[in-house]
Design a protein around this ligand. Structure first.
Ligand code: SF4
Length: 890
């Protein structure tokens, strides 16, 4: 391994990742020939500046990044109020302002007001930064971006010693501020060196021909294939003592895929999670601490502002092992959760929770609820450090995060990271003063979201890093992923608070697209030189978007490698390759026995689900599996549809005929009648709107308009009479007993039409002449009730209409009989006979106990099915090569 390290030289790296990597390389090199060796001085540049400064016992202290951001926020917030500025996102504005301050320091932009009066944003920024400086002066503090000149001054004054030799590692660019420092060091005879090369002197032109570097430029159909092939390639080149770098242009999009595929290929046994085997790679840029369930739930719980909670949160707390005495009270808590879900409330009050059955027999959870209540009742303002202590004490009393169990190593680390966030909150006393509970929780949530959590693992020879993070790293093999035109270079994003002319004048990062292009060209060139074997790839399609290769790679031709270029070491592939498997058909039908048949109840949904997928019907109607997700909103599509059904049912029960409808319209009282019916139904469903008067008004208006639109369509029909609404019908097919409810039966002349309301945007996919009748509801009504036509009535804003079938006579817009040539039948009786045969066959199949996984496609039933984890369709398709049922639809 190449290494810049000689223990007499101070190595200052551009980032933490490189410091760790160089230390690992040094230790590996030393261990080959020695038993003990000196620890090298390899340290990130920023950390060195801070350490050196603190060691000199300075008068001024350095603001942390959080203190600085909060100070910017406070200054901007005060200014926005006094100047009536239009700032959409305070935290974003503060972040940009802090970055602008850092850039102006690093690039030594003159602090003159006339340079900043070119735009409203820049003028505002200048006001903010004047106040920021004033606060720093009053507090005797320094911004981190001012530390370098301060250290230089202290060296000049002799209060900070000057090092003998420094190696700067991994710097792609030198800012004017750093350049001034280096010039100063040179005047003090400090030996300066660069690793791997001095930025200003490095060649900046990419090789024109691909054969000037060893590797391939590969195009893959999508990121998934790209990552799989990359993981297999690593397995093929991996050897003891060799280092491998995976450099990713857009880490967010690739991270989860990389972790999964690298584990599957490089450590197949890691699927046996109980073995605790560590994966042999490090992936940088962890995820936000707020994404850890243990922390996220604690934040949600603490941030509640009153005694009413969403059922979703309460359900998560009940099932969370991190609170109260989970180890002893798990079973009672799961039972409460089940009861809650089955009752379908959207919100739960603390009083309801305190009345849970058998709560007193579960002292852990009972005590947890009272502690929570005390927290929610707490009032007044405190300093952030006092809030931090109160939060730590409360969570400790709630037994978080242990819940009476032992913690895993990862959970320990998450807990440590959480405590660091509380410590950070405590540093804001001076910036924020006394704050209320809501502000304290908002600030803590902000800190936790910004905190990157990366579980500590030992350094590995395989490193997954972002483009910028890869600075200074040298490898034996490198693969650069995701090199498409949108990612390399990324979009230009200049700072909004520094005037563009000033940015161009000082050549600030991202000041022009050309500047960004050149910067990434430098990075790409550095990566091409970082190894003797560099592979480059890009996905041709991301989701549905086509990608071109990066313009930086345009001199080289990409190629499509074969799909199985490298051998797979995934466990599943190993099994399939080396096992001689015996094939057998699954004939496990589970017949409905007479006792079960007695108790079997259902409507048209049994046959609908049987047609959609036999396993779905088996699971829903025989195993009685139910989706018991807590409801997130009162007014979901089902509740809205029920209101429309109820209003139309009441209306036609009273009005009964088309003539009566016309009379109401002629007398000008139809709008009033509609409003009355809507009001009656809304009062009967008051529970859906508790405390939401404005929303109720909007919903009332929506319903009135929708019913008006619908009745206008009914007025355009020939005369009809509504004979009945919500008619219950009992019907048996084979031995399957079904209970149906017909929304409406109309008499049109001497014909009867059966109508079912639908409130969705589309008519259901019918497939009435298919072998498997996907929407058997209306055919079933025709068999169970005398009918000359059957129709869906779509009651939906802007899309009202009928669709159905019948004998030719009834004059209803929307009846369209399929001609015999297109798979229809000569007459209505033939249609009914066909439906009877098909629906009888489906009923017989259900009773025989078919459990096959055979979903209808186009559109796929599976897209909206709640059972994929139970039926394991994904695994089944994977093992059979991905063929899905492809029944032709209407
Ligand atoms: S997910 Fe698909 S295959 Fe599985 S039960 Fe549902 S419809 Fe059938």
């Amino acid at each position: 391994m190449p290494s810049p390290v000689d223990t007499s030289t101070l190595v200052l790296t551009v980032n933490v990742r490189l410091a760790r990597w160089l230390t690992l390389q040094h230790n590996c090199n030393q261990s080959a020939s020695q038993k003990v060796w000196d620890t090298p001085s390899i340290i990130p540049f920023d950390a060195w500046l801070k350490e050196t400064w603190i060691a000199s016992w300075p008068r001024q202290h350095v603001l942390s990044s959080l203190q600085s951001k909060k100070l910017w926020e406070r200054i901007i917030q005060d200014d926005v109020q006094s100047e009536r500025l239009d700032i959409m996102h305070l935290q974003g504005a503060a972040q940009d302002a802090a970055k602008a301050y850092e850039l102006t320091q690093q690039y030594e932009v003159a602090d003159k007001p006339d340079l900043f009066n070119l735009s409203e944003e820049a003028t505002a920024y200048y006001r903010w930064q004047t106040q920021y400086r004033e606060r720093l002066r009053r507090w005797d503090a320094l911004d981190a971006a001012e530390l370098l000149p301060a250290v230089q001054k202290s060296m000049q004054a002799g209060t900070i010693p000057v090092p003998v030799a420094i190696t700067f590692a991994g710097f792609d660019e030198i800012t004017p501020q750093l350049n001034r420092f280096i010039l100063y060091l040179k005047t003090r005879n400090v030996k300066i060196s660069w690793y791997p090369a001095e930025p200003a002197t490095s060649e900046k032109v990419l090789p024109e021909k691909k054969d000037q570097w060893k590797g391939e430029f590969r195009r893959y159909p999508d990121p998934q294939t790209e990552v799989i092939e990359c993981a297999r390639w690593i397995r093929s080149v991996m050897q003891p003592g060799k280092t491998i770098g995976i450099v990713v242009t857009e880490m967010d999009g690739y991270r989860a895929m990389l972790v999964r595929e690298l584990k599957a290929e490089l450590a197949p046994e890691s699927v046996y999670c109980w073995q605790g085997k560590e994966a042999p790679f490090n992936i940088s840029l962890g995820t936000s601490l707020a994404q850890e369930r243990m922390v996220d739930l604690a934040l949600e719980l603490l941030a509640c502002s009153n005694h009413v909670f969403s059922t979703l949160i309460v359900s998560q707390i009940l099932r969370s092992p991190y609170f109260a005495d989970w180890a002893k009270e798990e079973s009672a808590r799961l039972k409460w959760d089940l009861i809650l879900r089955l009752h379908h409330p959207v919100r739960v009050t603390l009083n309801q929770l305190l009345k849970l059955k058998n709560l007193q027999e579960n002292p852990g959870f009972s005590s947890f609820l009272y502690k929570w209540k005390n927290w929610l009742d707490s009032k007044g303002a405190r300093r952030p450090s006092d809030w931090g202590k109160a939060i730590a004490r409360l969570l400790h009393e709630m037994n978080w995060p242990r819940g009476g169990r032992g913690l895993s190593s990862r959970e320990f680390q998450i807990h440590d990271a959480w405590n660091e966030c509380l410590d950070e909150l405590a540093t804001l006393d001076g910036v924020l003063g006394k704050i209320d509970r809501t502000t304290a929780m908002n600030t803590l949530t902000h800190i936790v979201r910004e905190k990157i959590f990366q579980p500590k693992t030992r350094e590995e020879p395989i490193q997954v890093v972002g483009l910028l993070e890869s600075a200074g790293m040298q490898f034996d093999h490198v693969w650069i992923l995701g090199c498409h035109a949108d990612a390399l270079p990324p979009h230009n994003d200049p700072n909004p608070y520094i005037p563009f002319t000033l940015q161009r004048q000082h050549n600030l990062p991202h000041c022009t697209p050309n500047r960004t292009l050149q910067f990434y060209e430098t990075i790409l060139l550095r990566l091409l030189k970082s190894s003797t074997d560099v592979q480059i790839s890009f996905p041709a399609l991301i989701e549905d978007r086509e990608n071109l290769p990066s313009p930086l790679l345009s001199p080289w031709n990409e190629w499509d490698p074969p799909s199985n270029e490298f051998t797979s070491y995934r466990l599943i592939d190993q099994f399939q390759e080396h096992s001689i498997l015996e094939e057998m058909a699954d004939r496990s039908w589970i017949r409905v026995n007479p006792e079960e048949l007695e108790n079997l109840r259902g409507g048209h949904a049994v046959l609908k689900h049987q047609a959609e997928c036999p396993f779905r019907a088996f699971a829903l109607h025989r195993l009685k599996i139910r989706d018991i997700q807590p409801k997130e909103v009162d007014m979901d599509a089902l509740a809205r549809g029920n209101l429309v059904h109820a209003i139309l049912e009441r209306f036609w029960r009273e009005v009964k005929t088309k003539q009566a409808l016309d009379r109401l319209a002629d007398d000008g009282i139809l709008p009033e009648v509609i409003q009355t019916q809507v009001d009656v139904v809304l009062s009967a469903n008051q529970n859906l709107f508790s405390g939401q008067d404005e929303f109720k008004k909007l919903e009332r208006q929506r319903l009135v308009n929708l019913v008006k639109e619908w009745l206008a369509l009914e007025q355009a029909r020939e005369d009809f009479e509504v004979l009945s609404t919500e008619t219950p019908v009992e019907f048996s097919l084979d031995k399957l007993h079904l209970r149906l409810k017909i929304d409406r039966v109309d008499r049109i002349g001497k014909h009867l039409a059966l109508i079912d309301y639908k409130t969705g945007k589309e008519f259901p996919v019918t497939g009435w002449y298919n072998e498997r009748i996907r929407e058997p509801q209306l055919p079933l009504y025709c068999l169970a009730h005398p009918a000359d036509a059957t129709l869906f009535a779509r009651v939906s804003k802007g899309k009202c209409g009928f669709k159905g079938m019948g004998i030719d006579t009834p004059d209803i817009p929307g009846i369209k009989n399929k001609s015999p040539g297109k798979g229809g039948f000569e007459d209505w009786d033939q249609s009914k006979a066909f439906w009877k045969t098909r629906l009888q066959a489906a009923a017989a199949q259900f009773l025989e106990g078919a459990t096959g996984i055979d979903p209808l496609d186009k559109p796929s039933v599976c897209d909206h099915c709640e059972l994929p984890t139970l039926c394991r369709k994904a695994e089944l398709l994977h093992s059979t090569g991905g063929e899905e049922s492809d029944e032709a639809e209407e």
